[in-house]
Design a protein around this ligand. Structure first.
Ligand SMILES: Cc1cc2nc3c(=O)[nH]c(=O)nc-3n(C[C@H](O)[C@H](O)[C@H](O)COP(=O)(O)OP(=O)(O)OC[C@H]3O[C@@H](n4cnc5c(N)ncnc54)[C@H](O)[C@@H]3O)c2cc1C
Length: 465
């Protein structure tokens, strides 16, 4: 290593850290920079929350995320950069909300929603999910006086605007399942689509209707997509891109401390780096920077994360009724949740999860913020999933195979005023330390990729890297 050589460390080999290391390597190659890019991951494997593996003879059944949003182009663009060429789109199947009301408890999600906010009155009026009282309350929303945005509390805002039923059975069910959150205690601003609606008009219904009317005509491109080889392909492709560009990947080393290095830069577990991108969950970042930036570490200590368990099961074809065949799955709203919050009918949703014997592969999510299931052992977890989903579907499930994946503390919770917390934390960071990842500006893979790029730009703009 020459004396002018810049060394950049990326801590964490989830999608954010991988994308940051890919971006740094690409920049170094494109600008003839003499520098080192090192990525260090605590676990013996890369990917963080992304993992695909063989299940019941199907080679790539995802244990965590199974798709990414194509809007914005970040994920497809990144996939193209690391050489992924084959993608699958989810089948055109309908989703439902399970709620004990009327004869059939699986109610199709009404059309025209913007993340649960009704953008058309007719589908809402026709929905079997809501009572007449709930529909009427929501329809009166344009006459409700302005609701202050300042408390930045998603649930209270939605309840005030649209009433408890639409909030609990649609908005909280949809957003809560994406973020594993209890939206009564989460930030409105942190859900950009609905925050944009709330800011654009006093009435959410009018804002949602306008947004839908002004949206460009559907391009025919899918809204979600996944690599045909499973989401793991993003991890493997990124790792190959980093190493082939001369970057280093070290596995199985949990970084414990970052301290200032003389005269400039950082000593990380005894090794010098000029700049460091920390792409681990906020609660895990706090101890790393306790010496280097104690005030920022104190703010990171206040972060909260929720755990989710994913139970995957194979159901023989003869147990699966024809009436469920065109569905992709269902959500369970908060007031009627026991432990299961959502079920995805994987083999009906994804062509690459088709089972050779026609078994149905189900992915069942248990737990969220405020609904802790960590105390259940694996047998109890499976028992809950089987019993609750059997009850929801009105059939008796007897899986031939099952798999339990515990995602402990994997979902960052965006509390009210989350954005202020992020800005205050970043302001307290000394030169050369950068935070990135799902804890800060959004949980989805495209947002993590954007955050990785933001960190890379900061490294590049403040050094001759
Ligand atoms: C069950 C589940 C389903 C999801 N579904 C979707 C979906 O369908 N679509 C979507 O877009 N998003 C989905 N998400 C969200 C998305 O997967 C995550 O937000 C994203 O993968 C987070 O990436 P990250 O790199 O920020 O963090 P992580 O994936 O958490 O990576 C952080 C890495 O840092 C490592 N690390 C921690 N501490 C240290 C240390 N001291 N030293 C070194 N390394 C350390 C960890 O081992 C980990 O590998 C889902 C998440 C889960 C859990």
């Amino acid at each position: 290593m020459g004396t002018n050589q810049q060394r950049v460390l990326v801590i964490g080999g989830g999608i954010t850290g991988l994308a940051a290391a890919v971006g740094l390597c690409e920049h170094a190659a494109g600008h003839n920079v003499v520098g080192d890019v090192v990525l260090i991951e605590a676990e013996p494997r890369l990917g963080g929350n992304i993992r695909s593996s063989d299940f019941a003879g199907v080679p790539t059944v995802d244990e965590g995320p199974d798709a990414f949003l194509t809007r914005g182009g970040e994920a497809l663009g990144f996939a193209a950069r690391i050489g992924i060429t084959e993608f699958v789109a989810p089948a055109a199947a309908s989703a439902a909300v399970w709620f004990p009301r009327g004869g059939n408890h699986l109610h199709p999600i009404p059309g025209g929603l913007v993340l649960g906010v009704p953008g058309a009155l007719r589908p809402m009026a026709a929905s079997s999910l809501l009572s007449w009282r709930g529909k009427l309350r929501a329809a009166l929303e344009p006459f409700v006086p302005r609701t202050p945005l300042a408390p930045d509390a998603l649930g209270p805002y939605m309840r005030a605007r649209l009433g408890g039923e639409v909030h609990e059975r649609l908005i909280d069910a949809l957003i809560g399942s994406i973020y594993a959150s209890d939206t009564d205690h989460s930030s409105l601003e942190a859900v950009p689509q609905v925050s944009a609606l709330a800011k654009s008009h006093r009435s959410l219904l009018i804002a949602a209707r306008k947004m839908r009317a002004n949206a460009p005509p559907p391009s025919g491109d899918p809204i979600f997509s996944a690599p045909r080889a499973g989401m793991q392909a993003l991890v493997d492709g990124a790792a190959a891109a980093i190493t082939s560009a001369g970057g280093q990947i070290r596995l199985g080393h949990s970084i414990s401390e970052i301290v200032p290095s003389d005269p400039q830069g950082w000593m990380v577990d005894g090794e010098h780096f000029d700049q460091v991108i920390i792409s681990v969950p906020a609660a895990m970042a706090a101890p790393l920077i306790r010496t280097a930036a104690p005030a920022a570490a104190g703010l990171l200590d206040a972060s909260r994360h929720a755990s989710v368990t994913m139970v995957t099961m194979a159901i023989p074809a003869d147990q699966w009724p024809a009436r469920l065949e065109r569905m992709s799955g269902y959500l369970v709203p908060k007031p009627v949740q026991s432990t299961v919050t959502a079920a995805s009918f994987g083999s009906q949703k994804w062509a690459h999860w088709a089972h050779p014997d026609g078994h149905q592969i189900l992915r069942i999510s248990l737990g969220r913020a405020g609904l802790d299931v960590d105390h259940l052992d694996d047998a109890q977890m499976l028992d809950h999933a089987v019993r609750e989903v059997s009850q929801h579907l009105g059939i008796t499930l007897a899986p031939t195979q099952s798999r339990i994946t515990r995602w402990n503390q994997a979902f960052p919770q965006y509390k009210p005023r989350h954005h202020e917390w992020v800005a205050a934390t970043e302001k307290l960071l000394p030169w050369g330390l950068h935070l990135a990842g799902a804890s800060y500006r959004g949980i989805g893979i495209p947002t993590c990729l954007r955050d990785a790029d933001r960190a890379v730009q900061r490294v590049i703009s403040t050094t001759r890297f």
